[in-house]
Design a protein around this ligand. Structure first.
Ligand SMILES: *Cc1c(COP(=O)(O)O)cnc(C)c1O
Length: 393
């Protein structure tokens, strides 16, 4: 066997121009070779930059985290394997048995379940409160409240949390304010500028933007807390795949343009549907008829975002007809895709609630949540008009 066998088994030669590639290279390697034990020692101690083992961190994860850090005006953020694992990393890093968590009662369904069922089982106490009511949060604070968790804009009624008021109450306490900024994105709102201690995202949604990866992101204002969260990601194995990170970085290149177009489409389509006599109500944060309009304008400025909801009169049959009538719009339980998607909360995100609980939130069978994409607005208006017309017998 010739010496060449070494280079066949573990090929090291790469073309000299690789570093000059226009596109970020994809590093699928699970391990990184150090020059000697001294160097490895320094890398593990954090004195020397570089990568050791992919679960501890890898170049594509670091490149993506650095880009989202820029958008959120954060530093030291970390990318995780899903939005849920980003939330898990926060809880696993910072909570212990006996801690109290104060959470919005309108959080993403899986997060509510994680908080109530799983963290409850692990010995934490959870209180839910209305995120639009700063006083309710202040009243529910306890000496052992360690985390407050909110979404900037809630799903699917698009209520706006009183972030300034709630953060004000948490200031000078031991309690950290966590903001899930998935719906709003840093293009509309940067929670660190409003008193947040920790910001997280489901990168799966608008940031990656093409419904082909599942990823999350977390960053903390305090570098020590950021390091604890990064450690939890490596220890509990919440690390993302390099390939997913590479795809998300590619998606992020067009994020600003996609967001601008999708937001303009949402605002125009919401206004258009509000004039349709078969539409009972439209929910869009920057519309004057939205219940939190003043706070939306104060927090988001002109950025109502790419999500809106509306309600048709009628039950399941009307809902079925609407979805079947919107032939060109995928009916898919996600958001933030490059294409417009329709979601029906009663049968997806809010199916775990009783009908009475859904009705208390205004979620009827005719209630739809729309995530707008980048299509031509004229076509979108026509498609929605036709679909609504098809519900009338
Ligand atoms: C989707 C979503 C999550 C969970 O993210 P995954 O990437 O699906 O794990 C958390 N919060 C919000 C607001 C979401 O929309």
């Amino acid at each position: 066997m010739s010496e060449d066998n070494f280079s066949v088994v573990r090929r090291q030669e790469v073309p000299a121009t690789l570093d000059a590639g226009l596109v970020s290279p994809m590093h699928l390697s699970v391990a990184y070779c150090a020059a000697d034990p001294d160097m490895l020692d320094e890398q593990y101690d954090g004195q020397e930059a570089g990568f050791t083992y992919a679960r501890e961190g890898h170049p594509n994860g670091a490149a993506l985290a650095a880009k989202i850090d820029r958008l959120e005006a954060a530093s030291g953020g970390v990318v995780t394997g899903s939005g849920m694992s980003a939330l898990a990393a926060i809880y696993l890093a910072l909570l212990r048995s006996g801690d109290h968590i104060l959470a919005s009662n309108q959080l993403y369904g899986r997060n509510l379940r994680l908080l109530q069922q799983d963290l409850g089982r692990l010995g934490m106490d959870i209180t839910l409160a209305d995120p639009t009511d700063g006083a309710a949060f202040a009243d529910a604070m306890r000496p052992n409240t360690r985390l407050i968790i909110l979404e900037t804009v809630s799903n699917p009624t698009l209520r706006i949390a009183d972030i300034d008021g709630i953060a004000q109450h948490a200031r000078d306490t031991n309690c950290l304010v966590v903001i899930d900024n998935t719906f709003t994105t840093p293009a509309a709102f940067r929670p660190f500028e409003h008193g947040a201690d920790i910001v997280m995202h489901s990168v799966t949604k608008l940031l990656a933007g093409h419904s082909d990866v599942t990823l999350g992101y977390v960053a903390a204002r305090d570098p020590g807390i950021g390091a604890e969260i990064r450690d939890a990601v490596a220890t509990w194995g919440l690390t993302p795949s390099p390939f997913d990170c590479w795809l998300a970085e590619r998606g992020l290149h067009s994020f600003a343009l996609r967001h601008e177009r999708a937001e303009a489409n949402a605002a125009a389509l919401a206004d258009h549907l509000a004039t349709n006599p078969n539409v009972d109500a439209v929910f869009y944060p920057t519309r004057p008829d939205h219940p939190d309009h003043a706070r939306a304008v104060q927090l988001l400025g002109p950025h109502g975002g790419n999500m809106f909801s509306f309600r048709l009169a009628g039950g399941r049959e009307v809902a079925n007809r609407f979805v079947r009538g919107a032939k060109h719009i995928p009916f898919a339980p996600t958001l933030g895709d490059i294409a417009t998607t329709i979601s029906h909360p009663a049968t997806s995100s809010h199916r775990g609630l009783t009908e009475a609980e859904r009705l208390a939130l205004g979620i009827t069978e005719g209630f739809f949540r729309i995530s707008t994409g980048i299509e031509d607005i004229t076509l979108l208006k026509r498609e929605f008009d036709d679909a609504i017309r098809s519900t009338i017998i």
